[in-house]
Design a protein around this ligand. Structure first.
Ligand code: CO
Length: 134
């Protein structure tokens, strides 16, 4: 069902510092920061030859990554995103196998403007999994 690794997301306190580190120290291609009000985060994408890294910095009062950064003050890997061909078919197949889909269970529009869903970390080896329709 899952296809390519679309991105690995890293939560950070300072997205400008993270961007500079990846651009200047690691020599990677780093996008501009984009505030995503509806998701409560600011995002930056680092484009690598085979996948992407997504930096997430809290935005606003009730950011969904605020608690994660309380537990991980230095930042850390927040989720991994796999591509699927058909997100509704993938969701229904996973639910039938007992996996928990977070939120309403209906896909939301993700940072790339494509439908995404998140799967409960306790069902997937302690890792928050995002599915994105390719
Ligand atoms: Co993501």
């Amino acid at each position: 069902m899952i296809g390519r690794l679309n991105h690995v997301a890293i939560a950070v306190r300072d997205i400008a510092a993270a961007s500079q580190l990846y651009r200047d120290t690691l020599g990677a291609e780093v996008s501009a920061a984009v505030p995503q009000e509806e998701h409560g985060v600011t995002t930056v994408f680092v484009t690598l030859p085979n996948t992407k890294i997504e930096f997430l910095e809290p935005l606003g009062e009730n950011s969904p990554i605020a608690k994660f950064l309380e537990r991980n003050p230095d930042g850390g890997i927040h989720h991994i995103c796999y591509e699927v061909d058909d997100i509704i078919a993938a969701r229904d197949q996973l639910k039938a196998k007992g996996a928990r889909v977070l939120g309403s269970g209906e896909p939301k529009t993700g940072a790339h403007g494509k439908p995404v869903l998140f799967l409960h970390p306790k069902d997937f080896t302690g890792t928050l999994v995002e599915l994105e329709q390719a």
